[in-house]
Design a protein around this ligand. Structure first.
Ligand SMILES: Cc1cc2nc3c(=O)[nH]c(=O)nc-3n(C[C@H](O)[C@H](O)[C@H](O)COP(=O)(O)OP(=O)(O)OC[C@H]3O[C@@H](n4cnc5c(N)ncnc54)[C@H](O)[C@@H]3O)c2cc1C
Length: 410
């Protein structure tokens, strides 16, 4: 049994790990080394309720304060892990402190990708990853402020919706021909989301080529390759995230767009585990290795890895799930998009409630649910069990999805 488990990173997965380890009966020392000053919190509200000022960070905290106050758990916050000494089993912090461990969980997450030559100053140019980022951005989202989002992915669109709700003049610039193209695949969902944003007064431009960004101390001008100019008081860059895997790579752990782990969260070095946004794990469901940047993955992969640290055998192979909320629309995604043999739409997109499904070899491999969250469970069942279905059955709303799952079971 390990005596000290160190956790590198103090975000969602770290907070979850502390709770799971204690729930599973680990009574040794847990030491969390986290770069941020806040105790572990969940991030989804940062681009939504928290950004709009509807609630504080207290609502996002993963554990009550007493979880860290048991005398055996230590939070070393505002402290960055600068090196991992895998052989001597210790972490080195940027303050020069050495932390010995018996087992290590790396949960360093991702950081916002930035644009070359456009430094994030937290005044005119922003990214959104942490509560501190949201607090820096919030005062600029005043009614009438011209807010330009570079990138029409989930976080960019959530910020667009929040900024518009606060009365800003919002423009979303997306390089791809459709919004969300990279994350949901296909253009139908992107078109639906675009229409929603336009109806709320957001200006959406797709297929945009940015020639140059001119950033001044009081605003910025976006120069399009087609000669257009867009003036902004605030620019929010939402062009994806980069895994914080450099320290792990320098320690000799196998990395490939993230830290490579197995189904139990084990890295290539014994006794060192990785979870959450930074970890790349094998997915039997998708037949390849994947790295997920989702709340659900931070929850479930962490639970499996923590149990593995305590010697319990379990494999993490969940159907990926994530959601986004924009202007009252709830969109959920199951599975990752990819090439598919058939696409089915269940329900009428004009009603604002529908599901798009991708099929391969007669099975659902990914789905996007728009305001249809109640269908997530049966759909997950269909996908997890690999239930054979036809496009006609899926498109027929008179056949409840749960019947298709039950039919397979019985
Ligand atoms: C604005 C926003 C909105 C989101 N909304 C949704 C949503 O609606 N639905 C959904 O499914 N998912 C959402 N997510 C994704 C979800 O929050 C992440 O997948 C989840 O936070 C990942 O947890 P993690 O612990 O791996 O990483 P994080 O929560 O990012 O935690 C990593 C922590 O490690 C710290 N760190 C990094 N390097 C070091 C180091 N060397 N030393 C010490 N500490 C370090 C970081 O500062 C950070 O605190 C959202 C994410 C963001 C940013």
């Amino acid at each position: 049994m390990h005596r000290t488990i160190a956790i590198a990173g103090g975000g969602h997965a770290a907070g979850r790990a502390v709770r799971v380890l204690r729930d599973e009966g680990f009574d040794g020392r847990i030491l969390v080394v986290g770069e941020e000053r806040d105790p572990p919190y969940e991030r989804p509200a940062l681009s939504k309720e928290f950004l709009r000022g509807d609630h504080g960070l207290d609502k996002c905290l993963i554990n009550a304060a007493d979880v860290y106050g048991d005398g055996r758990t230590e939070l070393l916050l505002g402290s960055r892990v600068s090196a991992i000494d895998a052989r001597d089993r210790r972490l080195i912090t940027d303050g020069g402190k050495a932390v010995a461990f018996d087992a290590l969980l790396i949960a360093t997450g991702t950081r916002a990708r930035t644009l070359d030559g456009v430094p994030v100053d937290g005044e005119v140019v922003h990214t959104l990853r942490s509560a501190a980022d949201a607090l820096r951005l919030r005062p600029f989202l005043r009614p009438g402020a011209r807010v330009v989002l570079i990138g029409g992915g989930f976080i960019g669109l959530e910020v667009a919706a929040s900024a518009r709700t606060l009365g800003c003049e919002v423009t979303v610039l997306e390089a791809a021909p459709a919004l969300l193209a990279r994350v949901v695949g296909g253009a139908a969902i992107g078109r639906h989301v675009e229409a929603l944003h336009r109806a709320q007064g957001v200006t959406v431009k797709t297929g945009v080529r940015i020639d140059r960004l001119e950033v001044r101390c009081d605003g910025a001008t976006v120069h399009g390759a087609d000669g257009t100019r867009i003036e902004a008081d605030v620019l929010v860059v939402g062009v994806g995230a980069v895994p914080n895997a450099e320290v792990a790579a320098a320690a000799g752990l196998e990395c490939n767009d993230g830290i490579v782990v197995d189904g139990r969260g084990r890295t290539s070095v014994e006794g060192i585990y990785a979870v959450g946004d930074v970890a790349r794990h094998p997915s039997a469901f998708h037949g390849r290795s994947i790295r997920l940047e989702t709340w659900d993955n931070a929850e479930r992969q962490t639970a499996v890895a923590c149990r593995a640290m305590l010697g319990r055998e379990e494999r993490y192979d969940a159907v990926p799930w994530m959601w986004t909320d924009q202007f009252g629309m709830n969109l959920q995604m199951l599975g990752l998009p990819g090439p598919c043999e058939a696409e089915v739409v269940r329900g009428d997109p004009a009603s604002g409630r529908f599901i798009t499904l991708a099929l391969n070899s007669g099975r659902v491999t990914s789905a996007v649910l728009v305001n249809m969250g109640r269908e997530r469970r049966p759909l997950t069942g269909l996908m997890e069990r690999g239930v054979p279905v036809t496009p006609a059955e899926l498109a027929d709303e008179s056949i409840p999805l749960r019947n298709l799952v039950q039919r397979a079971a019985g």
